[in-house]
Design a binder for this molecule. Structure first.
Ligand SMILES: Cc1cc2nc3c(=O)[nH]c(=O)nc-3n(C[C@H](O)[C@H](O)[C@H](O)COP(=O)(O)O)c2cc1C
Length: 312
């Protein structure tokens, strides 16, 4: 087994890994090399206020944050990149992986993967901003695992700092197994440093993927970190937190998230409750169905805190 410690990247998840969550995770658990923002898009109504807040340096205090754009053409990619650059970012991630049908059908995210010429023209964004590092986060393809192979040459030619590959198809969404053979095939054809992403649930899983693919440049983890926020820390330190310390940290992180949203949310109690409930979704296996359901059903902050306090 490979023993060196790989950098761990926190995957972007719309609705979950927003600024308050990232800040709190970094402060309380850490172990993350880079946090990524959920994708920012630019459509007929312009930018969404929540996206602008999420990338704003005044909202963020993690040590390294990379904003992500999603676009189906160079103009849109440039408009979004300009917003990032105005906010002093020097690295930008390009989303070629989103599987949501409404987004993908307009050739955004993984919906662009079957069209190498469109990918090539989108990647011209890299040459437009020579001072900025670009990375790509992608899937194997939209409907065929060899779509990424057809793109390899164009990706290899682009000045990318690294590529993160989630070895599923867009049409699979998040269902079915990850395709490790598809990952291996792409890794043989990819000249850029390659990061693995998909279904990592434990430090053991990190070490297994590391030994299967010894040349990996890092591992990106999403849902596994939401359900076990200590995973990256435990991997880096090679020490498992005691149950007591773990729950003390969850309590602290929850309070951090709550305090930040309480200060920023203008929509009142219902909106704050809605945001806080997402904190518990992926922790359900740890707190149990009954407690999770009671939190989900709480209709006031008073009841919410009563239910939450039974979990620590
Ligand atoms: C609810 C949800 C929202 C997501 N939002 C994004 C996003 O904004 N940008 C992105 O690149 N990937 C997004 N993803 C994909 C994750 O970053 C990641 O690639 C995927 O969950 C697989 O990794 P995991 O098994 O470690 O979670 C999202 C996934 C989920 C489930």
């Amino acid at each position: 087994m490979s023993t060196h410690t790989l950098p761990i990247y926190f995957a972007p998840l719309q609705g979950y890994t927003e600024w308050a969550y990232r800040n709190a995770h970094h402060k309380v658990f850490g172990g993350i090399d880079t946090y990524y923002t959920p994708f920012v898009r630019f459509d007929k109504d312009g930018f969404r206020n929540k996206d602008i807040r999420d990338i704003s340096p005044s909202s963020n205090c993690v040590h390294k944050l990379v904003p992500q754009l999603i676009a189906n053409d160079l103009d849109k990619a440039d408009t979004i990149s300009t917003l990032f650059i105005e906010n002093h970012y020097t690295e930008i991630d390009i989303n070629l992986g989103c599987p949501f049908p409404l987004i993908a059908k307009r050739h955004n995210g993984s919906g662009i993967l079957p069209y190498p010429n469109e990918v090539e023209s989108l990647l011209k964004i890299v040459d437009k901003h020579p001072d900025i590092d670009f990375t790509v986060k992608m899937r194997l393809g939209w409907s065929q695992a060899d779509e990424c192979l057809a793109l390899a040459e164009k990706l290899n030619k682009a000045r990318l700092k690294h590529i993160t590959l989630h070895p599923r198809l867009g049409t699979q969404q998040y269902k079915g197994e990850v395709d490790l053979e598809g990952f291996a095939a792409f890794s043989e054809n990819c000249k850029h440093p390659l990061i693995y992403n998909g279904d990592i649930q434990s430090t053991q899983d990190i070490r297994e993927i590391q030994s299967k693919f010894p040349n990996l440049a890092g591992v990106m983890i999403g849902r596994g970190l939401l359900s076990h926020p200590a995973m990256a820390l435990e991997y880096c330190t090679e020490e498992v937190l005691t149950e007591e310390l773990y729950w003390q940290k969850i309590k602290e992180m929850h309070k951090e998230v709550f305090n930040q949203y309480e200060q920023q949310i203008e929509g009142g109690e219902a909106q704050l409750l809605h945001k806080m409930k997402t904190f518990w979704e992926y922790l359900e296996p740890q707190i149990g169905h009954k407690k999770a359901k009671a939190i989900r059903k709480s209709k006031s902050l008073h009841v919410y805190w009563e239910k939450v306090n039974t979990t620590f």
